[in-house]
Design a protein around this ligand. Structure first.
Ligand SMILES: [Zn+2]
Length: 200
């Protein structure tokens, strides 16, 4: 009796049947999901994990608190210097110490606020990035990234193009390295809602 139901026609979500690299025609062990490629310890060592990263490694809240405290301690040292200048009648210390204290205080606020802004952007874009990142495959034969279903883009991408695409669509393209920012995407590549086309 062969009453086995074949359910392979209903395309399982995120698991297309055959992933064939549009760059070199590679299949099988050479082709795996971007997620699998990133999880491979060898990719971590070789830097591929970073090149295919879904989102930036942002400072979490406790990092920012540490940065804030460090900045305040250094500003305090500047203030102490200024104070000793007043005590010992050394105007150079007073002026230098005050300037240092103010610069460190303002600088710390700017850094901590910037980190918070970056965190917010990543949290806000995470779901959208995940939708574009998860179905992508990486071909180790030619180094291309592609979407087996042909959507949102049928052709092969370099890891840098892929990363730029995902991050830009997710709304945190500003946090890309300068090198990746400078990469141009294939002409005609779609940019969905939430994307910021033109903003390198
Ligand atoms: Zn390939």
């Amino acid at each position: 009796m062969s009453t086995e139901k074949t359910e392979t026609y209903g395309r399982p979500e995120g698991q297309p049947v055959a992933a064939v690299c549009p760059g070199c025609g590679g299949t099988g062990p050479a082709v795996r999901t971007v997620a699998d490629a990133c999880a491979d310890p060898e990719s971590r060592r070789g830097g591929l994990t970073d090149r295919l990263a879904r989102s930036p490694g942002v400072h979490d809240g406790s990092d920012s608190l540490v940065h804030f405290l460090e900045g305040m301690v250094m500003a305090g040292i500047g203030a102490g210097l200024a104070y000793s200048g007043v005590q010992n009648d050394k105007p150079l210390y007073t002026i230098g110490g005050s300037l240092l204290a103010v610069l460190l205080f303002v600088g710390t606020i700017v850094v901590v606020r910037g980190e918070r802004r970056e965190r917010k952007a990543v949290v806000a874009g995470e779901a959208h990035a995940e939708r574009l990142w998860r179905p992508a495959h990486h071909c180790s034969s030619c180094g291309s990234v592609f979407y087996p279903g042909g959507s949102p883009w049928p052709g092969p991408l370099t890891p840098e193009q892929f990363k730029k695409y995902v991050w830009t669509e997710a709304g945190y393209g500003k946090q890309l390295d300068t090198k990746v920012k400078g990469v141009s995407l294939p002409p005609g590549m779609p940019s969905g809602p939430g994307g910021t086309p033109g903003h390198a």
